[in-house]
Design a protein around this ligand. Sequence first.
Ligand code: NAD
Length: 359
Amino acid sequence: MAEMLLIAHEPLRAAMRLLVMGCGSSDAEAAAVADNLVEANLAGHDSHGIGMLPRYVGAVREGGLKVNAHVRTVLDAGALLRLDGDAGFGQVVGAETMALGIQRARSLGCAIVALGNAHHLGRIGAWAEMAVAAGMISLHFVNVLARPIVAPFGGAKAGFGTNPFTAGVPLKGRPPMILDFATSTIAQGKTRVAFNKGEPVPEGCLIDDEGRATTDPRWTVQPPFGALLPFGQHKGSGLAVLCELLGGALAAGLVGHRGDGSQQRVLNGMLSVIIDPRALHGSDGWEAAAEEFVAALLQIRPREGHERVLLAGEPERRMRAERLAQGLPVDGTTWQQILDAATSVGLDAQALQGSAGLT
Ligand SMILES: NC(=O)c1ccc[n+]([C@@H]2O[C@H](COP(=O)([O-])OP(=O)(O)OC[C@H]3O[C@@H](n4cnc5c(N)ncnc54)[C@H](O)[C@@H]3O)[C@@H](O)[C@H]2O)c1
């Protein structure tokens, strides 16, 4: 297994800011991208953390990711907004999209926001967290415009991406529910992390190029490619297809199963539904009903092998507290890829290493 480094979050943010600035981003953009990626690592989703940066740097160098870009409004029809992300950093255009949608939901009670042409939006849970911090409920259907890597239920070949579905619900007097997952059995980045660590992926997640079950992550990393399987058999496969139809065809006007996949760029389409629950229900009625349900749910006796019933979002908050205190584990292969990316944009890899607090 590759060597593991342990890096405190502040120097890691500083080092990643340097790398993004090396691509030509403004200070503000570099901070937004670095913070969003480090937050994904803090939440325990290393698949959507700093390990994405070498690919982002490659995409900038190929011209597929535009630095210092912002969302442009294509359609403004009250509760309906259609935005173009101008192939800019998802960490920037995603935040701008949510800010516009939240503002609209605050004045109209709800908003449906279609975002197309955004570069990788990272951990979609970050956008639901923005909504719940403003007291809103949000739903997100996302497609991935890159080489297809997930096979539909019953299929022996990939037909779409890991199309995440995400929802955030604020709860009075307790942390929000943040349900945020790839519709594949595991996120693609988790196969990259496993491959970099030299570890197998769990059984039931992958097929090889002939459609046979395998646990070797190489089948999603190196050609000839196999495919990930959708979670939840035909049900998860159906949700993935819905994400492609809503996040892809409807929101972005583009679906993912095109292209030769040789480019680093990865675009996301995202349809977000943002609801102000107070506009729908006042405060008392819905909050009391939600609390009654959640309190009872969390008291259900755990099954063997489980500590207790958790609400989605809690594992990430727990991991965040742990990693803030102990530092973030980064595998040696990922770190080397980050240093190589720094060199590719003319930065001094040693200086970057130093700013992360490593000698
Ligand atoms: N931008 C993109 O193109 C893209 C594509 C795919 C995935 N993603 C992101 O990848 C990340 C990882 O996705 P994943 O599928 O690996 O996530 P995952 O399988 O770890 O599932 C995470 C979800 O399950 C909840 N959860 C975990 N354990 C739980 C428990 N014991 N009880 C209750 N709830 C529990 C978590 O709180 C979270 O909501 C997500 O943040 C997703 O947005 C992004």
